[in-house]
Design a protein around this ligand. Structure first.
Ligand code: 5GP
Length: 120
C-alpha cells in the first residue's frame, strides 16, 4: 500500500492541522487522541512517511526505529504511566481496523485497562 501524503497525521506533521502536542523530537511527534479511550491516550507517530508497523519495520532505518521507540517510552514516562502501568498498541491493516494510514502507536493508561484483546 502506497503512503497517502494527505492522511490526517501527515497533515498534523506538516502543521496543516492542529494537535494537542505532548512530545516532539527528531524522530517522533506525540499528541493526545481526539477520542480518548482512557484517561491517558496518546498517539506517537514517526516523523517519516510509513503506512503502518509493517512498512516501518521493513523500511525505516535503525536510527528511526530506535528513536521512535525511545520516544514511545519517554511519552509514557512523562505522562506518569510507568508506575501503575500502560499499554502500547499499533493497528496494522483491516483486521486490526487501522483507520489512519500513517504508522502510530497508541499509549493507554490512567486506569485498569482490562484484558488484552476483545473476544469475537
Ligand atoms: P487507528 O484505528 O488507526 O489505530 O487509530 C486512529 C486513531 O486516531 C483513533 O483513535 C482516532 O480517535 C485518532 N484520530 C483520528 N483523527 C484524529 C485527529 O484529527 N486528531 C487526533 N488527535 N486524533 C485523531
Amino acid at each position: 500500500m502506497a503512503y497517502d501524503e494527505n492522511n490526517i497525521f501527515a497533515k498534523i506533521l506538516r502543521g496543516e492541522l492542529p494537535c494537542d502536542k505532548v512530545f516532539e523530537d527528531d524522530w517522533a511527534l506525540a499528541f493526545t487522541d481526539i477520542q480518548p479511550q482512557a484517561p491517558i491516550h496518546i498517539l506517537v507517530i514517526p516523523k517519516g512517511a510509513y503506512v503502518s508497523m509493517d512498512d516501518f519495520s521493513v523500511n525505516a532505518s535503525a536510527d528511526e526505529i530506535a528513536g521512535f521507540f525511545r520516544a514511545v517510552g519517554t511519552v509514557a514516562r512523562d505522562a506518569g504511566a510507568t508506575q501503575d502501568g500502560y499499554r502500547m498498541l499499533a493497528n496494522h491493516g483491516r483486521d486490526a481496523r487501522q483507520e489512519v494510514p500513517h504508522f502510530h502507536v497508541h499509549v493507554f493508561g490512567g486506569r485498569d485497562l482490562g484484558g488484552m484483546v476483545k473476544r469475537a
